[in-house]
Design a binder for this molecule. Structure first.
Ligand code: SF4
Length: 319
């Protein structure tokens, strides 16, 4: 909806507009996979126009593509992110959309997709996809199986996803993954996999678990613990990706992080800078309100103000 607002195809009042165009390929078929948190999943009863909190309203493809060109040239949008579900014609539709964008514009394109074979990776590179993102979503093999693998009635497997991520790194300069924080993992589970993926040069983007009405996964969340956990993982991710500290330097008690492995003043300086708590992922991706409400900001889609920095300090027990 925010993308349609920036493209001038819907009237949308926005606090912070998206800097990336989020393009979900629309189909009335449900996805053949069954990720329990997802509105599009085969056994979900949620509306097809939702993914997490984001609303995806079908729009005319030619209008979107030509306005995308204008919005990129004027500097309103700096990236296009394509996401697709697993349905019969997903490959043909994805290639068609990429080609349509590339015929008109040089806007950087990210594609978020399940693991593919080498020939398809090669073809996507040739078509001009700049970043590929293969969402692991869960932080451990057990959670993966339960939430989007065999136990969830889905086709995916942890090892195949990891293999797909590692193979993609041979074709694309930039490879990423998404993790949903709040599915039952500990701080340590999340930090460990972020560190491992960083070792393969994979950029991890963080999302928070969001209940979508009608989706299959309904988790009880404790607001205070959920934000402490999220902020801890954001900070640890930032320390790892910036090369300041590695997983092995951090200390955990029963899975809960008790020491970031850096001096207190370093952590305080990073909190005051705030970048660690802004939306993570591909360059220029800010995903405003993808998981957030105005009273609960997990990923800040812009720089934090002083009040927000003070809240983050408290949430991390340093305020
Ligand atoms: S990090 Fe942002 S731009 Fe990149 S694939 Fe994820 S949602 Fe899209």
């Amino acid at each position: 909806m925010g993308t349609l607002g920036v493209l001038g195809l819907e009237l949308v009042q926005m606090d912070t507009p998206p800097t990336t165009a989020y393009l979900q390929i629309y189909t009335e078929e449900r996805c053949k996979a069954n990720c329990l948190f997802c509105a599009q999943a085969k056994d979900s009863r949620a509306g097809l126009t939702h993914i997490a909190r984001g609303m995806y309203i079908p729009a005319d493809l030619d209008a979107v593509v030509s306005r995308l060109k204008m919005a990129y040239e004027k500097g309103y949008l700096r990236r296009a992110c394509i996401q697709t579900a697993l349905y019969d014609k997903w490959w043909e539709d994805t290639v068609y959309l990429i080609k349509s964008i590339r015929e008109k514009s040089d806007i950087p394109v990210s594609l978020s997709v399940f693991p593919l074979g080498d020939e398809r990776y090669e073809e996507l590179c040739r078509l001009g996809v700049n970043e590929i993102v293969i969402p692991l979503d869960a932080c451990t093999p057990g959670l993966f199986d339960k939430i989007k693998g065999k136990s969830a009635g889905g086709p995916y497997a942890w090892e195949r996803h990891l293999d797909g991520i590692k193979r993609a790194a041979r074709f694309f300069e930039s490879v990423g993954t998404h993790l949903i924080i709040g599915l039952g993992e500990t701080d340590e589970d999340a930090v460990k996999i972020i560190d491992e993926l960083h070792g393969y040069n994979v950029n991890t983007a963080l999302f928070s678990y969001t209940y979508v009405p009608g989706a299959q996964l309904v988790l009880e969340t404790n607001k205070e613990e959920s934000i402490r956990h999220y902020r801890t993982v954001q900070m640890a991710r930032y320390l790892i990706l910036e090369g300041i500290v590695a997983y092995l330097d951090m200390r955990f008690t029963d899975g809960a992080l008790c020491d970031f492995g850096a001096q207190r003043d370093v952590i305080l300086r990073l909190i005051e800078d705030g970048t660690a708590f802004q939306t993570s992922g591909c360059p220029e991706c800010n995903r405003p309100m993808a998981n957030e409400t105005f009273s609960m900001m997990y990923n800040f889609p812009r720089k934090l103000n002083d009040k927000e920095i003070a809240s983050v300090k408290k949430e991390l027990g340093l305020g």
